[in-house]
Design a protein around this ligand. Structure first.
Ligand code: NAP
Ligand code: F7E
Length: 346
């Protein structure tokens, strides 16, 4: 039986990866932060499932604390380590740049040092990101496109990206970067734009909210479904040789279009009027304003467009994403509508 250690097990990706690995007969150890209120909502269904009692273990710790990490990795004795923990919100990283670097950049080195010294045979996955491309040099982006990060988050992830490659080259570790483009799900944090939209549209439908207020409507992202991306992470650690791979859908969509698709799902057609921060999205039938723009959600530096070419992952790993952005919108709005209905009835 293989043992996996996951940092960020309580996050969106950590929760799906845990499900995936348990189904594949792994013993899964997860790093969990001490919190004054419960932070296990995304994995509580797994913790409560008697099937996984002997195969799922949580260890209290923090990616900022080396001695504690060493003890936990020794306890887990992992064959595979998935480093998913990070302060992952790009806008927030401008407010907490030092912390973002401590966890995203130095946290990665802390783990790599433990692997180098104690577990050189363990395979390491680093959660790298399309934010590395930032102010893009070319579109679509590939593994060979130069980087130009645009936020403290992106800068921290750039350090971690090169740390991973450096430890592979210097110490022959099996360490891979997964350069993942935006991937979403009903488990996505509520302040990332796709989830913010799906939740607001559901709440507006239920009469629980009047308007959706957003930032840059023109930003474009290559949005995929988180469940599709998890298998790609795992496949990267099952190859004869460590390498870096980009995972993306190959289609880019604007925030504006995502909003239209989400409202369309509840039968509302959005008509855009005005320009810049005065732009509004109106319900074509009722004339009611449902979407507004606020500078509160703008970033000091923006990533305008991301679009990935995942040909290498397709040919080397056999990885092909299954979910279109239209299906993704449907999955997310349906889940949030269900959630809003059950909250309303309790
Ligand atoms: P997420 O939902 O924000 O989860 C982040 C996880 O990191 C949470 O479990 C969080 O714990 C944990 N964490 C944060 N700071 C920590 C610390 N100091 N010590 C230990 N754990 C800490 O992120 P995600 O969407 O699942 O993404 C997973 C990883 O992939 C992240 O590194 C992210 O930057 C990267 N990534 C994500 C995407 C995407 O589109 N989702 C794309 C590319 C790369 P709490 O639950 O206690 O907060
Ligand atoms: O923003 C624009 C915003 O916060 C997407 C993280 O998982 O993916 C994620 O980072 C775009 C940006 O994701 C709002 O300006 C407009 O252009 O959903 P987001 P992100 O910044 O792309 C990458 C790959 C990661 O690695 C990160 O960890 O949408 N936008 N209006 C808005 N964004 C937010 N959050 N809120 C708005 O109201």
């Amino acid at each position: 039986m293989k043992h996996a250690f996951i940092t960020g097990i309580t996050g969106q990706d950590g929760s799906y990866l845990t499900e995936f690995l348990l189904e594949k007969d792994y013993k899964v150890h997860g790093l969990i932060r001490r919190s004054s209120s419960p932070n296990t909502s995304r994995i509580s269904h797994l913790l409560d499932d008697p099937r996984w009692k002997e195969r799922l273990f949580l260890h209290e710790g923090d990616l900022g604390d080396s001695s504690n990490l060493l003890r936990i990795v020794e306890e887990a004795s992992p064959d595979e380590i998935y480093n998913l923990a990070a302060m992952s919100h790009v806008k927030v990283s401008f407010q907490v740049p030092e912390y973002t670097g401590n966890i995203g950049a130095l946290g990665t080195i802390r783990l790599l040092e433990i692997i180098r010294a104690q577990f050189p045979k363990a395979r390491f996955y680093q959660a790298s990101t399309s934010e590395l491309f930032g102010k893009v040099f070319e579109t679509p982006q590939t593994e060979l496109t130069p980087f130009h990060p645009r936020s403290p988050y992106g800068v921290a992830k750039l350090y971690a990206y090169w740390a991973c490659i450096n430890y592979r080259e210097a110490y022959d570790l099996y360490a891979c970067n997964g350069i993942l483009f935006n991937h979403e799900s009903p488990r996505r944090g509520e302040t990332f734009v796709p989830r913010k939209i799906s939740l607001a549209v559901s709440r507006i439908k239920m009469g629980l909210q009047e308007e959706l207020v957003l930032g840059n409507l023109d930003a474009k992202r290559d949005w995929g479904y988180a469940r599709d991306f998890i298998e790609g992470m795992w496949l990267m650690l099952q190859q004869p040789k460590a390498d870096d791979y980009l995972l993306a859908t190959g289609k880019t969509t604007s925030v504006r279009r995502f909003v239209e698709l989400a409202f369309q799902y509840i039968g509302i057609e959005i008509e855009w009027q005005g320009k810049g921060i005065d732009e509004v999205g109106i319900d074509r039938k009722s004339g009611k304003t449902l979407v507004r723009v606020s500078t509160e959600f703008f970033r000091p530096a923006e990533v305008d467009i991301l679009l990935g070419n995942a040909s290498k992952a397709k040919s080397m790993l056999g990885w092909i994403p299954q979910t279109s952005v239209e299906n993704l919108v449907q999955i997310m709005v349906e889940a949030d509508l269900k959630k809003c209905k059950s909250t309303a009835s309790t």
